[in-house]
Design a protein around this ligand. Structure first.
Ligand code: NAP
Ligand code: ZN
Length: 349
């Protein structure tokens, strides 16, 4: 039997989120039902709720940083048991038979991965609804195990902010000896600092907000550059091997490219439809490269969770009640989050 779910979502790009009820599907043989305890708020939730990228289907219920307890499993599920603490990130399904899925890159499934919200279910064509809800039903492969002993209230942001920053660091072998910088001290950026430092890199925070400098150092940054200070930017020319760019709005990258040294690479993770052009010579000289990165695959996400459990790496979170979500969105837009909002479902829906 389908179950009644409660959540918060929005009816249109210019409407606030409000309480909603809807149905969650009956369990398929490979499904896991999860009672959600915490859900993180990602800037992508805001982009989607406000239709920044186009294509949002309303009503939209965001949330792709989900933690909770398994309440039921389908007949064929063997990896998870009722009572387990589990987590769900940005994907809930994919074909699981193409080259990308088989190599652990479900995010690039040839048939398209199914997003945790605003995605189209592969079986019944319904629109997926995310984590700002009391429970969720997800295909077993896309349910991560939360290692024993983790601080449940602080796990959720690892499922998007954590993996989206961990994956590029792994792809480009960031580690001891790497001089890396992170641009933007928000949800993703603060995880980039923590993970980069944990992997042994020398980490510099590049921020527009001078008052975040002290925080950046407390999070593990060895150095801080205020990007609006031309003198500091000039002094850092060609200093870095790797730059993780988390800026959430369209922006010029030339000033940042000049900070890359020989064969340095900038990875853009801010999810922007359009970017202004840049000066080609900024790539040719110093053999620089610019690229992007989309979340990460499921095996890599589990690897990241296991590392965070082992090393005690957690996001800095501000726990809120569900009815504070609209205020949290406004604060996100004002750059006033230190450093991830997490909805605590125990405070009521
Ligand atoms: P966030 O918490 O709002 O943080 C973004 C940070 O960027 C801000 O705290 C601010 O840091 C800096 N910033 C904001 N406006 C800026 C501007 N105009 N110029 C320069 N810096 C600016 O956002 P988030 O949740 O970390 O998400 C960041 C971006 O990543 C979003 O676009 C999100 O959709 C995207 N994303 C992508 C993926 C992926 O798979 N690639 C996954 C998740 C999220 P300072 O105050 O330090 O300057
Ligand atoms: Zn996200």
């Amino acid at each position: 039997m389908p179950t009644q779910a409660k959540g918060w979502g929005t009816e249109a790009a210019d409407q606030p989120l409000r309480p909603m009820t809807f149905e969650r599907r009956d369990l398929r043989p490979d499904d896991v039902a999860i009672q959600i305890t915490y859900a993180g708020i990602c800037h992508s939730d805001l982009h989607t709720a406000r239709n920044d990228w186009g294509g949002t289907i309303y009503p939209n219920i965001p949330g792709h940083e989900i933690v909770g307890r398994v309440t039921a499993i389908g007949d064929e599920v063997t990896r998870h048991r009722v009572g387990d603490l589990v987590a769900v990130g940005c994907m809930v399904d994919s074909c699981m038979s193409c080259d990308q899925c088989l190599s652990g890159w479900e995010v690039f499934c040839r048939e398209g991965m199914v997003g945790t919200y605003n995605g189209v279910d592969r079986h019944d064509g319904s629109i997926t609804k995310g984590g700002y809800t009391d429970h969720v039903v997800v295909r077993d492969h896309f349910v991560l195990k939360v290692p024993d002993g983790m601080d449940e209230a602080r796990v959720a942001p690892l499922l998007c902010a954590g993996i989206t920053t961990y994956s590029p660091l792994r792809q480009y072998n960031v580690g001891p000896g790497t001089k890396m910088a992170v641009i933007g001290l928000g949800g993703l950026g603060h995880m980039g600092v923590k993970l980069g430092a944990a992997l042994g890199a020398h980490v510099t925070m590049i921020t527009t907000t001078p008052s975040k400098g002290e925080d950046a150092r407390a999070l593990g940054a060895h150095d801080v550059i205020v990007s609006t200070d031309a003198v500091q930017m000039e002094a850092a020319a060609t200093r870095f091997d790797f730059i993780l760019n988390t800026i959430p709005v369209s922006h010029e990258i030339d000033g940042y490219l000049q900070l890359l040294g020989r064969s340095g690479r900038m990875v853009i993770v801010g999810a922007l439809l359009q970017m202004p052009g840049f000066v080609g010579a900024n790539l040719i000289f110093w053999n620089r490269a610019v690229g992007g990165s989309a979340i990460g695959g499921i095996p890599e996400t589990q690897e990241m969770l296991d590392l965070c459990a082992k090393e005690g790496i957690y996001p800095e979170v501000e726990l809120i009640a569900m009815d504070e979500v609209n205020d949290a969105y406004e604060r996100l837009l004002r750059n006033d989050v230190r450093y991830r909002f997490v909805i605590d479902m125990a405070r009521g829906l």
